[in-house]
Write a protein that binds this ligand. Sequence first.
Ligand code: APR
Length: 233
Amino acid sequence: MKNLVISTGAGISAESGITTFRDAGGLWENYKVMDVASDEGFARNPALIHRFYNERRKQLLEVEPNAAHRGLVALEQHFNVNVITQNVDDLHERAGSKNVLHLHGELMKVRSMRHDDRIYTLPSAELSDKGLETSVDTVDAHGDHVRPHIVFFGEAVPNFDAACRLASQADIFVVIGTTLVVYPAAALLQYAPKGAEVYYIDPNPAAVPPHVHVIAKKATEGVAELIQILTNK
Ligand code: APR
């Protein structure tokens, strides 16, 4: 089976009702990025950041995967599929994707501030707060405070090397729903091998090299078209 590597951004979750970041009305129009998604922001006002991610976690429980997420699962019948996502939602997993690599962390998880490898999926009986919300007072069984398991701006992207290895083995590389402005995620496209087929699904696509096959459509329509293209070869 050929290797199909799919790199997704906020756009794939837009039709599930999750606002993107940089579109009109996007998240970064209503919040200052550096206040709610940066390492200095967390140091300055951790309570605000706990509240921000509590809000986004609550919203996540009210939405479902959409046909684009499900289309990527259907492609697993024809290809060895790996999804690399900038998204912190769990919609790929809830749609049934088997191999999902998160570059920017996971909204449903928090981790110890003393031991990075102590990661808790909410709701967790191991935390002083048993529900989906955390605060500056939430501690784990070791008495250590926790933080969102999110890669803040200014922090390293630990899974990027693994993502590059996947991209470098792609026979087909697909980018869906991202402005391609945030690095290192945006650089993944360059790791696809020379001979790989490359597709980019986005209704308002960023400039990409001429070898990329752009499908300027929303994710649900674009993924349906991609399935046609890839399964009718
Ligand atoms: N289907 C597909 N793409 C869509 C749709 C849709 N229905 N609606 C919007 N888009 C596209 C937009 O055209 C845009 O290119 O989704 C993209 C959203 O871009 P951003 O809001 O910048 O999201 P993303 O590229 O994922 O941001 C990257 O920035 O703030 C950080 O960590 C955050 O992971 C995020 C990173």
